[in-house]
Write a protein that binds this ligand. Sequence first.
Ligand SMILES: C[S@@+](CC[C@H](N)C(=O)[O-])C[C@H]1O[C@@H](n2cnc3c(N)ncnc32)[C@H](O)[C@@H]1O
Length: 373
Amino acid sequence: MDVCEGDVEISVPGARDGAAEGAGDDVFYNPTQELNRDVTVAALDAYAEREPRASTYLDAMAASGIRGVRAAAAGFDVTCADVDPEAVALARENLERNGLDGAAVERDANAFLHDSETVFDVVDLDPFGTPIPFADAAFANARSLVCVTATDTAPLCGAHQRSGIRTYTTLPQNTEYHPEMGLRVLLSALIRTAARYDTAAVPILSHVTRHYARTYLQLDARATSADDLLADLGYVHHCEDCLRRTHERDLIAHPPDACDACGGDRLLTAGPIYLGPIADPAFARSVREYVTDGMGEAARARRLLDTVAAELDTPTHYDQHRLCKQWSRPAVGMDEFVDSLRDAGFSATRAHYSGTAFKTDATVTEIRDATGE
Ligand SMILES: C[S@@+](CC[C@H](N)C(=O)[O-])C[C@H]1O[C@@H](n2cnc3c(N)ncnc32)[C@H](O)[C@@H]1O
C-alpha cells in the first residue's frame, strides 16, 4: 500500500483493520500518528532555524521510516535505525523511492546511540509504549535535541499506578487532568535521567492526545542548568472533594492533613512531577509557522500549536465540565468562561488537553465565584 504524508510517498505493508498497536500489520505505519509526525517536521524546521548547526537526525525506531524520510525531505542528514530487519529494508526502500540521501541501519537503539563512532544532533525516540529504556542512551549521546513519544498513557496518568511507579520512578495519580499528569510524569523522569549526565533537558514543545504524549527537549550540557531545571520538580496535592490543587516545588513532599479550601481529607499527592513550562511559546509559534498546507493534519496542528503557544504555563489545568458537574451548574461556551475569569482579574487561557480544558491562576473557589451567575 502506498501512503502520502507531507511531501513524501512511502510504501507500507497493508494495514489490518482493528489491529492493536505493534501487534498487527500496522506495526510499520500508524496513521493515527500523522499529527505527531506533521508537528515533528515543522518542529525540525523551526529547530534548524533556531540552531543552524543541528543537521543530523536519528530516527532511532524508524519502522517504515516515514518520520526519517520526512525529516530527510526537510533537509536533515538522516539515519533510520530499527532492530527489525524488515523495517530497515522498508525504510531504505522509502528513502530511495523519494530520491533522498540517508542511511537505514539494523541496530538496537541503545547500542547504536552508545556507539562512539556515531553522534547525532537530534535523536527521536518513538517506541511502542514507554521511551524510558532508551532515555539514558539518548541523553548521554545526543548533541542538541531529543524528541520523545510515549504511548503508555495508562501508567503515565496513574490509571495503572503500579506500572507508572515502576517505569517512571515517581507517583502518578489518576485525576481529571490525566493527560497533563501523564505529560508531567514523563517530563519528570526524562529531566531526572538527563540530569544524571549533568545535562538539562529543557522542554521547548510538548503536547498530549488520547493516544500519546510527545515532547521536544533541548539539551544544555551544564550541571548548573540541570540543577535549575530540577528545581522545577515537585508535588501536586489534589483534593478529591473540592478539586482544589496546590503545587509544591520541593524534593520532599509536605502533604497537608486537610484541604484548606473545604476542610476535606481525601487528598492525593502526586510526584515528583515536573511543574515548569511544558513549552517555549516563541518556539511553539515558530513551529506553527512551519506547518504547511500540504500536511494532512495541518488544521489540527495549527490549532494545537496556537493553543500550546498561548497556554498559561502554570500546572495543572481544570476542566469546565467537571467543575460545572461539581457545582451543579450548566456549562457555558469556553470563550465566555475564560473571559469571565479574565474580567474578574485572573490570568486564564484554554489548554490544549481537551476542548473544555483551561488554565488559570485562580483557585477553584475563585473560579466558582468568578464564573457564577
Ligand atoms: C512505534 S514504531 C515506530 C514508528 C515510526 N517512528 C513512525 O513514526 O511511524 C516502533 C519501532 O521500534 C522498533 N524497535 C523496538 N525495539 C527497538 C530497539 N531496541 N531498537 C530500535 N528499534 C526498536 C520496532 O521494531 C518498531 O519498528
